[in-house]
Design a binder for this molecule. Structure first.
Ligand SMILES: [Zn+2]
Length: 88
């Protein structure tokens, strides 16, 4: 097995969803930013990180296992989708 990261087609699709702040991506994956140590929902209102600093995770638990902390803006640990959540 090579340790070289593979940039998959799936990740490219995920990144497009992130850039589009696509609500349909919520719950399908989470993104972590290695430079800030934060992980987010795909449609988080926070400014986007550089692509090379972003990692994708299949669950919040995976992101935490990677040493990341939950974002305070999009509350990525909350169950369900953000569609039914409204915060001021
Ligand atoms: Zn966030």
């Amino acid at each position: 097995m090579s340790s070289t990261p593979v940039r998959s087609v799936i990740d490219e699709d995920r990144w497009k969803a992130v850039l589009a702040r696509d609500q349909r991506a919520d719950g399908l994956f989470w993104l972590g930013v290695v430079t800030t140590g934060i992980y987010c929902r795909p449609h988080c209102p926070s400014p986007r990180a550089r692509r090379e600093n972003v990692r994708f995770f299949a669950s919040p638990a995976e992101a935490r296992a990677a040493g990341l902390r939950p974002c305070r803006r999009c509350d990525p640990d909350a169950t369900g989708t953000a569609a039914g959540r409204h915060e001021n």
